[in-house]
Design a protein around this ligand. Structure first.
Ligand code: UDP
Length: 143
């Protein structure tokens, strides 16, 4: 089993509904460690840059507008197979298709307001972590 790092966002809908603690609890119960964390309110430019790969998709404008509608929590999660483990904890993009007990089944209302983001691969995890965190903001559990 490989120890990996992945990037996670608690989106504006879930922050507004006060679900930060409940969602952090799911990560920790699953054995993922939060090794960096902060609250940010994205600018339009930051949201567009983060979701650049979706810039040609029809939902891009709505996605940027949603992601800038309120503060978000961004975090780095570390653990065994963290990328896939976090995707399993999150559930499918569309909450209507998300497995029971996943974050999106429990906290998301629709495909466009779906509570959480998680990197889909190791390469995107590295890129996304670097988009939000400087190296000295990440605190691996070495003790
Ligand atoms: N999204 C949307 N409408 C869609 C598909 C996606 O608003 O029809 C948004 C949604 O917030 C999703 C994000 O775009 O989480 C990124 O889409 P992706 O397919 O990468 O899903 P994810 O990796 O977040 O599960």
């Amino acid at each position: 089993m490989a120890i990996e790092r992945t990037f996670s966002i608690i989106k504006p809908d879930a922050v507004a509904k006060n679900h930060i603690g409940a969602i952090y609890s799911r990560f920790e119960s699953a054995g993922l460690k939060i090794i960096a964390s902060k609250m940010v309110h994205l600018t339009k430019e930051q949201a567009e840059g983060f979701y650049a790969e979706h810039s040609e998709r029809p939902f891009f404008g709505a996605l940027v507008s949603f992601m800038t509608s309120g503060p978000i929590m961004v975090q780095v999660l570390e653990g065994e197979n963290a990328v896939l483990a976090n995707r399993e904890i999150m559930g499918a993009t569309n909450p209507a298709e998300a497995a029971r007990g996943t974050l999106r089944a429990d906290y998301a209302v629709s495909i466009d307001e779906n509570a959480v983001h998680g990197s889909d691969a190791l390469a995107s995890a590295e890129r996304e972590i670097a988009y939000f965190f400087a190296a000295d903001e990440i605190c691996p559990r070495t003790r």
